[in-house]
Design a protein around this ligand. Structure first.
Ligand SMILES: C[S@@+](CC[C@H](N)C(=O)[O-])C[C@H]1O[C@@H](n2cnc3c(N)ncnc32)[C@H](O)[C@@H]1O
Length: 289
């Protein structure tokens, strides 16, 4: 998988891409990540990428031209390179507080795309006309405002990198993480609690069953914990299910689904369809292969 990032702060990505899971994914060849400085494409002497808003008001707005040229340059390089994908396969993503809120099903869908182009806004945002022209999938980290899209791009890179085949070790398998494990009704469940040595810490004991050596009992306890935690902490995840009947889907847990085929396991109703994304369209049917 290839990810191109367009930003006015490329240095922010240096440490991030050299550390932990993103670094593993890059080193293993599962991911290639290319960070581009939008300023290089500013058609003015001072490399200015922003200007005052028409109609007045506070802040600055990122101009159309540098962003459009940066996108075209990144896409033309990759469509010509031997390891690149044709430009038509690129999913353009704009990080935006006004976008679709990022969820695990969307992450799983993005992780299956061969090529993402992540566009990071700044200041008051980006001139609306270039957004209309590029027609990206708009993704939000949540209902709060950040200063720029870079943190969102990093979140997205990390989330898709850990789903690439071979990137996580077996013991870190993503298949048993929160939102990947599903109830028998298909609702995403939170993960169970985890413990490590020592057996007693600060007067607190590890649950006895985890020390029993009885693998089936441990699995049953973990399933029950997943369901109880989801019921108490995130009942909204179970909204379509009868809480009293909720069970963990053992077929998913005992045969963790292969990474990157998650689309076969995702219920369509858990995913919203973006409105402005013909080329990045994410139809409910896509999830059923
Ligand atoms: C200060 S914000 C602009 C906010 C914009 N004026 C609004 O209220 O919708 C600057 C940039 O940060 C990024 N950003 C801010 N909050 C975000 C969020 N919740 N999710 C994703 N990106 C966000 C976007 O790229 C945005 O263009």
């Amino acid at each position: 998988m290839r990810i191109d990032v367009l930003t006015i702060f490329p240095d922010l990505f240096t440490g991030f891409l050299a550390t932990s899971i993103p670094a593993n994914a890059i080193e293993s060849g599962a991911l290639s990540c290319h960070v581009h400085d939008i300023r290089i494409h500013a058609a003015n002497r001072h490399r200015k990428v922003d200007d005052r808003p028409f109609g007045g008001g506070p802040g600055m707005v990122m101009m159309c031209q540098p962003i459009f040229d940066a996108v075209k340059a990144a896409e033309s390089v990759t469509s010509q390179s031997t390891d690149g994908c044709p430009a038509t396969n690129i999913v353009r993503v704009l990080l935006s507080p006004q976008g679709e809120r990022l969820t695990q099903p969307r992450v799983e869908w993005l992780a299956q795309q061969p090529h993402l182009l992540l566009l990071c806004g700044h200041y008051e945002g980006i001139d609306e006309r270039v957004i209309e022209e590029l027609n990206p999938l708009e993704i939000s980290l949540g209902d709060y405002v950040l200063s720029g899209g870079e943190l969102g791009a990093m979140v997205l890179i990390d989330a898709v990198a850990r789903l690439q085949a071979g990137v996580l070790g077996h013991e870190d398998s993503a298949a048993e993480d929160s939102f990947s494990v599903r109830s028998s009704e298909g609702a995403p469940l939170l993960d169970c609690p985890h413990y490590t040595r020592p057996r007693e810490w600060n007067g607190r004991e590890v649950p006895e069953v985890l020390l029993s050596g009885d693998h089936q009992a441990v699995a049953r306890w973990r399933d029950a914990q997943r369901i109880e935690r989801t019921q108490t902490r995130r009942p909204d995840l179970l909204q379509d299910c009868l809480l009293k009947d909720t069970q963990c889907d053992r077929s998913i847990l005992t045969h963790p689904r292969p990474l990157l085929t998650a689309k076969q396991n995702i219920a369509a109703e858990h995913v919203a369809t973006p409105t402005r994304t013909p080329e990045a369209s994410f139809k409910a049917n896509d999830l059923h292969g």
